[in-house]
Design a protein around this ligand. Structure first.
Ligand code: ZN
Length: 342
């Protein structure tokens, strides 16, 4: 077939159509090879001009080279366009639309009921000028018992109640060890609270081997049981956010004298009797009393000049009452069905 300007024009038109239709760099490479490769159409034209006469050969050769160059330029432009759109697509795919809703809302956490009650208690006492004091949970028998007037024969030291650990130490059974540590070497007046974990060998719906206590004590001159009652009434009012009625029952603790158990009137039945208060109308709150003079002396404090009061109560039980949780174990099992409700 003779080669002429017409053939080259058609070739260029076809090439331009295919270049424009190439939707990917791969397709474009294939189109380029078809027209400009060693075995491509333009190369075929150049090969065939050997049959033409001299003048005609030079003319068609020039035309073919010019055509080749224009096709090459068209390929280059198309490649640029395809590369740009590839990049745009990649950027589109990477873009994060922060206004879209999440796949699923994760469960939201909040403070554990015990933590909330603890914080509430601490907030009250710090507002009354009490400082926070902490002590070790693994404690010597001296700080946990002896210094608190609990001799070795006392039932509180029975292994049934106390966890003994290596080295003759115990897991503290109450936060009163902090009382000894805080008072020793200090000169009154002072007032402290000691919130923390305590351990006893006990497991029932109302008891758990680990539970939380808060203890408070104040030492000064002319401190009376009336001061103690005033603080406890104010504390109860703060915790329950209303007027409360307290009852003090004489009791015996080795580290206080006189000592009392305290109850508050059941808020749920107004002392008429209900399931929460075991139909008694009263709910046990904790123990309190005037610090035993011997305990003050054990800490190097002159018990003729100074008196003090001390009180302690369970934090978990307060949380149970406040949130209406029937079993103390529910507080520590981490079940979101429970924790999500309070
Ligand atoms: Zn009641």
């Amino acid at each position: 077939m003779p080669v002429g300007a017409d053939n080259l024009e058609r070739l260029e038109e076809e090439a331009r159509r295919e270049i424009a239709a190439a939707e990917s760099l791969q397709a474009l490479t294939e189109v380029r090879a078809r027209y400009l490769g060693k075995k491509g159409s333009v190369a075929g034209v150049l090969r065939s001009i050997g049959d033409l006469a001299g003048e005609e050969r030079a003319r068609v050769g020039q035309l073919a080279n010019a055509t080749k160059q224009r096709i090459e330029e068209a390929v280059g432009e198309r490649r640029g366009a395809l590369e740009r759109s590839d990049r745009d697509r990649a950027l589109d795919a990477e873009r994060i639309d922060t206004t879209l809703p999440g796949a699923e809302e994760p469960p939201a956490g909040h403070l554990h009921p015990v933590t909330r009650v603890f914080r509430d208690m601490v907030e009250f006492f710090t507002s009354m000028g009490f400082s926070i004091e902490e002590g070790p949970e693994v404690e010597t028998e001296y700080h946990c018992f002896e210094a608190l007037n609990i001799p070795e024969v006392h039932p509180a030291r029975d292994e049934q109640d106390t966890f003994y650990v290596e080295g003759g130490n115990v897991l503290r059974t109450h936060t009163s060890n902090v009382q000894i540590r805080a008072m020793t070497g200090r000169t009154p007046p002072f007032r402290f609270i000691a919130p923390g974990r305590v351990y006893r060998h006990d497991l029932s719906p109302r008891h758990y081997p680990m539970f939380h206590q808060i203890e408070g004590f104040l030492v000064d001159e002319d401190v009376s049981f009336g001061d103690l009652k005033g603080v406890l009434y104010a504390f109860g009012r703060h915790l329950m956010a209303r007027e409360i009625e307290l009852r003090f029952r004489a009791n015996h603790f080795p580290f206080t004298e006189p000592s009392a158990e305290m109850d508050y009137a059941c808020l749920l039945c107004d002392r008429q009797g209900c399931g929460v208060c075991s139909n008694s109308g009263w709910i046990e709150w904790g123990g309190c009393g005037m610090i035993h003079p011997q305990v003050l002396e054990n800490c190097g404090i002159d018990s003729d000049r100074y008196q003090g009061f001390a009180f302690g109560m369970g934090v978990d039980r307060t949380a149970l009452l406040r949130y209406g949780i029937p079993n103390i174990r529910l507080l520590f099992e981490g079940d979101l069905r429970v924790l999500g409700q309070v």
